[in-house]
Design a binder for this molecule. Sequence first.
Ligand code: PEP
Ligand code: MN
Length: 268
Amino acid sequence: MANRKFHPEDTVVNVGGELVGGEHFTLIAGPCSVESEKQIIGIAKEVKASGARILRGGAFKPRTSPYSFQGLRESGLDLLFKAKEETGLPIVTEIMSVRHIDLFDKVDLIQIGARDMQNYELLKEVGKTKKPVLLKRGFANTIEEWLMSAEYIMSEGCKDVILCERGIRTFEPYTRNTLDLSAIPVLKELTHLPVVVDPSHASGLSRLVKPLSLASVGASADGLMIEVHNDPPHALCDGAQSIRPEQFDDIAKCVNVMLPICNKKRII
Ligand code: PEP
Ligand code: MN
């Protein structure tokens, strides 16, 4: 179902009215985690003004340590719904358990995180909702395994899967992960599904977000998902890789200049 051989045209996914894939380029932005009403609504307004079309924010957070901030959970989802009401931006947020499926009814794009890329029961249940899904690449997974996970979702009747390259684990510890840029044009050959890149988790370093964003656009990505925080040093999660709204604005402007030579419509 994900194979381009049987579906030559690019799939365009409708995420709450925003089109992802084909000639469209989509900026997704927001904090790693929803922290408060003021934080999520403030960031949502700023990234929207710069050209973001989908708001991200984690409510259920997959943290390495059980003692780290785990997200605001249900109340984090409520704050995302409020931010959507206030700004009109569709929302993307991560699901970690099949027990939470009903809570995600009003979520426009359900994120499956890197750690759950091969949680097949979760993939099947999320596929049954027929809602658009953002499927992140597992940090030790091949492109073929990733496409097979997309297949799990699609075989349940969900046609709207967006793939998200977020870096893989290599022998190089300088960056949090290593962005697999070549995966982007390879996926374009193998599948008709849209491919977005998350340069924030790929590098773990805020100063690398801009160069990796521009490289991803050049490598034919259909969009970027970027962590933006109003006060990165005090972020409850992933502050080191979070950029400030004005840095996001600069990236959006630079991306916009590249889009025509990448066969994409301008975003600003
Ligand atoms: C995230 O996007 O917040 C996240 C946890 O990403 P990943 O699953 O890629 O680590
Ligand atoms: Mn994060």
